[in-house]
Design a protein around this ligand. Structure first.
Ligand SMILES: Nc1ncnc2c1ncn2[C@@H]1O[C@H](COP(=O)(O)OP(=O)(O)OP(=O)(O)O)[C@@H](O)[C@H]1O
Ligand SMILES: [Mg+2]
Length: 261
């Protein structure tokens, strides 16, 4: 089992006459680990907002045989689609376990919570293991390192049995080791789910992407494997110009677009 695929056709999002997403087509296979890259303002977050029901859009977004556009946020979530935001949103005062517990069963009463102290549910155990947070389960989320908070957020999607994870810059602000651990985590997660990662970090993308789409000015500029996208002159021009390629390659003018605004 490798989850469901995502099919996007002619997606368009307009804010007061400004078109942020401009006719995007995307096909993301089940089990893909797709990186969505592109300069600041390319429309990456807006695209994820449209898929998750947060931004009004036209066109078509299909997941598991269902059209998502026009559905309210909670309906889309119930179809097994979950996301993270550019800033972490865990409950800082609660422990790792409590955060996962809440994510696993939003409507659980205090009595059930008490009864459940004896046994941690299977899905929560698994999420702790997958995210590498088992040892830290009793630690308040607010005391976690930056990277660990992002992993907890991913864990909170896993316990909800999300089939499509849309992660908005999950490694921003992480150390090198945290990035490596996150990449390995995303590879594990995408073994039986579909993962879309918005990212600015080219080294991270090179190491972990299974496929890449490059957005620029609301459109898909290029698509393919890491090698294909990197070899595309259009991409080098708008985005990868700043990358540290072997000296032998003719160096395009650096474009300082890849840092978070
Ligand atoms: N609510 C909004 N109202 C008006 N314009 C918006 C709104 N949200 C986004 N935009 C504009 O749409 C464009 C795309 O923004 P978006 O946040 O999707 O870019 P991004 O690719 O995620 O950029 P970044 O890498 O900086 O996060 C930008 O020009 C942005 O200013
Ligand atoms: Mg963004």
């Amino acid at each position: 089992m490798s989850g469901e695929g995502l099919t996007i056709r002619d997606l368009r999002v307009t804010f007061d006459g400004f078109t942020a997403v401009d006719g995007v087509d995307l096909d993301i296979r089940p089990g893909d680990l797709r990186f969505l890259i592109g300069p600041n303002g390319a429309g990456k977050t807006t695209l994820v907002d449209a898929v998750t029901g947060l931004a009004k859009a036209t066109g078509s977004v299909r997941f598991g045989g269902q059209e998502l556009l026009g559905k309210p946020v909670h309906r889309i979530a119930r179809l097994g689609i979950g996301r993270t935001f550019q800033t972490a949103t865990v409950f800082e005062a609660l422990t790792v376990l409590q955060n996962l517990d809440i994510a696993a069963g939003a409507a659980r009463g205090p009595l059930t919570m008490l009864r459940r102290r004896k046994g941690v549910p299977e899905a929560v155990m698994k999420a702790l293991e997958t995210t590498g947070l088992t040892e830290l389960h009793d630690r308040p989320a607010g005391a976690l390192a930056h990277g660990q908070k992002q992993w907890l957020e991913i864990g909170m999607l896993l316990v909800q049995d999300v089939q499509l994870l849309l992660l908005d810059e999950p490694v921003a602000g992480m150390s090198h080791d945290e990035r490596e651990a996150t990449g390995a985590l995303l590879q594990r997660v995408s073994e039986d789910r579909t993962v879309v990662v918005i990212e600015h970090d080219m080294d991270f993308m090179r190491s972990f992407a299974r496929s890449v789409s490059v957005l620029h000015a609301g459109k898909v500029l290029s698509e393919g494997t890491v090698a294909q996208v990197q070899a595309d002159p259009k991409v080098q021009e708008v985005y990868l110009g700043r990358s540290s390629e072997p000296e032998s390659a003719p160096a395009p003018a650096p474009v300082p677009v890849a840092e978070e605004a």
